[in-house]
Design a protein around this ligand. Structure first.
Ligand code: ZN
Ligand code: ZN
Length: 422
């Protein structure tokens, strides 16, 4: 290039052009003069290079500023000695493969993702699975060309003239869509391949053995290199990603190496003690639930948890949950009411203490409202509630807000007492 045109002029813009105006102008003109759309046209090639040079300078603020002040001085001209290919790469880097040219070359196959669902036990202990699916592959009969006789049986697409796309509407930017006849390849079979009916690809049923190691967690992925979609026309294949999803278990939760099992027992079983069969990963284990077991109590079974890399097994934690009786008939209702009246506060000390504390607060609040001097707020009855013997059937704590405020023995006691002391 002997004559160097002003970069703004090259893009058909004035000096005041904005960043986005520069970009739009470049895209518009570069598309028009793109060498792949003007094969063999040396003038278009030169123009394309010129446009890319202008844009490479004006799209970078520092270079643009330098150019605005000093003109062509400096090394701001990236394509001055470069070839057209580097300018097209530059264009593609900014706008992507707008021309859909990748389709005409060989292409890399897509990565495939397969979600493999396995059971909790399978994930914990490890397992082998076979996965199978239809995979689109190049038709062997036509080697992916879609033409009877292979690539030699292809001819230039008549609809798009070999471009692979068609223009829609008057605007250069507005409408470009892939040619519906050739699917963007620019070529069509003279005679369609009988095996794939001209598509060039066929679905093939593929099976893979997948080995799931112990301690696999949901979301872990195994990559099987080269077993994704095969590349088109000799391009490399993509990878197969097997994503493991572990089905949630109704009773199991995994906490590291610990297997947590929730075991429901009835109210009476928990009170009287019982023996339960605990399901573990491989079989069941008998476990004693002692009398007086509280809801949420956790018992440990050694060596029945998640396998470790060392080969040992973690522990199993059994969380006992008391299932409150529901769907009571009249008889059960009556009996439970009787049981409640027979048990009294000593059978449920935590509940008794809790109520006593609440009652104390209510009493204090009422006393304060009555204008009495705040002598021993909240502490007056704390000890009394815990120590006073209760007749069966009386609700623990009820009536204690009537206790005399002068009881100061336990003033300063913590508001909630350890229930074991009561
Ligand atoms: Zn076409
Ligand atoms: Zn075929």
């Amino acid at each position: 290039m002997t004559l160097v045109r002003d970069y703004y002029e090259t893009l058909g813009l004035g000096r005041e052009a904005t960043e986005s105006e520069i970009k739009v102008a470049y895209r518009k003109l570069a598309l028009r003069h793109h060498p792949d759309r003007n094969p063999g046209d040396v003038v278009a090639e030169e123009r394309f290079k010129e446009l890319s040079t202008a844009y490479a300078v004006l799209s970078v603020p520092e270079k643009k500023e330098h150019y605005d002040r000093f003109g062509f001085l400096g090394d701001a001209n990236p394509f001055s000695s470069a070839n057209v290919a580097s300018a097209t790469d530059f264009f593609d880097a900014i706008f992507g493969d707008l021309l859909g040219l990748g389709r005409r070359k060989k292409s890399t196959g897509r990565d495939l993702r397969y979600t493999l669902e396995i059971d909790f036990e399978e994930a914990a202990l490890g397992c082998h699975k076979t996965i199978a699916f239809d995979r689109a592959e190049d038709c062997g009969a036509c080697r992916g060309s879609g033409a009877e006789g292979g690539v030699a049986g292809l001819t230039k697409c008549g609809r798009c003239g070999g471009q692979g796309f068609q223009r829609q509407g008057p605007s250069l930017l507005g409408g470009r869509r892939e040619c519906a006849v050739c699917g963007g390849t620019g070529e069509v079979p003279l005679v369609s391949c009988k095996t794939c009916e001209g598509a060039g690809i066929v679905d093939k049923w593929r099976e893979f053995d997948v080995s799931i190691p112990p301690r696999t967690v949901s979301g872990s992925t195994q990559r099987v290199a080269g077993q994704g979609s095969p590349g088109r026309r000799g391009g490399p294949a993509g990878d197969l990603h097997v994503v493991v999803r572990v089905r949630p278990h109704k009773y199991y939760v995994r906490e590291g190496e610990i297997l947590v099992v929730e075991v429901p027992v009835s109210m009476t079983e928990a009170a009287l003690g019982t023996e339960v069969e605990v399901p573990v990963l491989d079989g069941t284990v008998k476990m004693k639930v002692p009398a007086g077991t509280q809801s949420g109590s956790v018992f440990r079974i050694r060596g029945k948890g998640i396998p470790q890399s060392s080969g040992a097994r973690g522990d199993c934690h059994v969380r006992v949950v008391i299932e409150t009786p529901v769907n009571l008939g009249p008889e059960a209702r009556e009996m439970l009411a009787r049981i409640e009246s027979v048990l009294g506060g000593a059978a449920t000390p935590a509940r008794r203490d809790f109520r006593a504390q609440v009652a104390t607060r209510e009493g204090a609040a009422r006393d304060a409202a009555a204008g009495e001097a705040p002598g021993h707020p909240g502490a007056a009855t704390g000890g009394a509630a815990g120590k006073a013997p209760h007749a069966p059937g009386t609700e623990a704590g009820v009536g204690h807000h009537e206790a005399p405020k002068s009881t100061t023995a336990d003033a300063g006691a913590p508001p909630y007492r350890d229930r074991n002391h009561s």
